[in-house]
Design a binder for this molecule. Sequence first.
Ligand SMILES: CC(C)(COP(=O)(O)OP(=O)(O)OC[C@H]1O[C@@H](n2cnc3c(N)ncnc32)[C@H](O)[C@@H]1OP(=O)(O)O)[C@@H](O)C(=O)NCCC(=O)NCCS
Length: 153
Amino acid sequence: MILRPALAAEAPVLAAIHAEAFARPERWGPSALALMVEAEGGFGVLALSGPPPFGEEPLGFVLARAAAGEAEILTLAVRPLARRIGVARALLEATQQAARERSAAALFLEVAEGNHAALALYRQAGAAEVGRRRRYYSDGADALVLRLNLSSE
Ligand SMILES: CC(C)(COP(=O)(O)OP(=O)(O)OC[C@H]1O[C@@H](n2cnc3c(N)ncnc32)[C@H](O)[C@@H]1OP(=O)(O)O)[C@@H](O)C(=O)NCCC(=O)NCCS
């Protein structure tokens, strides 16, 4: 697997991964994804199966934003065929590193309270629950707000 910055021009690839990873109401289209990459402080990491010219199959991506000493994960998605092989863990580590390089002391994320896979991923990385947004998702689920401390590493 290789990781490299995701480009706004790759938004159609990101949207295809997002559509595989999320149910229809939670899917984001190419223009929304491109805007997030291009926004001030925005950045993304794309995971590919291997280096070019062979095996450049997209596996997953993360989009995040850093501003004023804090960073936030906007979305994280791994294609079903590439799950449980460490793609999300690698993307999360790359996001933590990129956020530190942008002088962030903390990385925040929101996750549906029933999303056990994502919760396990974030808790394993040391994230702590710091808040709850009631009925945040279209299906009425609450979002948990998690925080990862970046400063002590
Ligand atoms: C959540 C998601 C990103 C995990 O991606 P992944 O690449 O399969 O995760 P990894 O292989 O890196 O797993 C890292 C750790 O996360 C946890 N984890 C991941 N998937 C899990 C699952 N289905 N059940 C329980 N724990 C899980 C485990 O602790 C795992 O470590 P282990 O494999 O050593 O036990 C992926 O399932 C996904 O894209 N889901 C749909 C979109 C989504 O929910 N995004 C996050 C929204 S905030």
